[in-house]
Design a protein around this ligand. Structure first.
Ligand code: FMN
Length: 190
């Protein structure tokens, strides 16, 4: 697949078929994640692969709790219709766990300490593109309380469960959410 075609064609999927994914494919997607850039090449990530239904159910319950809380806190009506069942139907969930101790020199800067999260985000995007290149779909999922996710996945308190990447075959076509005109987002300093 041509690179720009892959970048533009990747979509967030919220409706997966239950078709399983082999361990080889899972590892290929994770390996793509590990080729992301990171501060001082510290590779501040770990990956927890979740295939077990009982754990998926706990993650689903936590996301539902946050969804309901979020609807109240924000007043956003769409959250009432937003379903997170894909957390149970996606064959694989991969938690990307970041290590704040590996954030690089930005640890010493004002507003620093985020380099490790950028690196994890880059890894996640690589994973999305790899999944897309392999004919799969994925979702970047963050609607959970981090303390609760540490409990569910047995993650130590000093590590950050940055995101859960849901992966599977899409159950249908996914329309592309529109993008703003590039020109609206760009300023040249010449
Ligand atoms: C940091 C981040 C967090 C996100 N969290 C969620 C989430 O919790 N649930 C969800 O359904 N989508 C989530 N998304 C996916 C976005 O909604 C999605 O990327 C956006 O609507 C554009 O759609 P596209 O990815 O198909 O281009 C997240 C994306 C990012 C980058």
């Amino acid at each position: 697949m041509e690179l720009f075609e892959a970048i533009k064609g990747r979509r967030s999927c919220r409706n997966f078929s239950s078709e399983p994914i082999t361990e080889d494919i899972i590892m290929e997607i994770i390996e793509a994640g590990t080729w992301a850039p990171s501060p001082l090449n510290g590779q501040p990530w770990e990956f927890i692969v979740i295939e077990d239904n009982a754990t998926k159910e706990m993650i689903y319950q936590e996301a539902e709790r946050c969804r309901k809380w979020g609807e109240e806190a924000s007043g956003w009506k769409w959250l009432g219709k937003y379903r997170v069942d894909f957390l149970k139907s996606a064959p694989v969930l991969i938690a990307v766990v970041g290590d704040p101790a590996k954030t690089g020199l930005d640890a010493y800067l004002d507003e620093g300490g985020v380099g490790y999260q950028y690196a994890c985000a880059a890894a996640i995007q690589n994973m999305h593109l790899a999944a897309h290149g392999l004919g799969l779909s994925s979702l970047w999922f963050t609607l959970y309380d981090k303390k609760k996710m540490r409990e569910i996945l047995d993650i130590p308190p000093e590590k950050n469960p940055v995101s859960i990447v849901c992966i599977g075959k899409p159950a249908g076509e996914i329309p592309a959410p529109p993008r703003k005109e590039v020109k609206e987002k760009v300023r040249f300093v010449r």
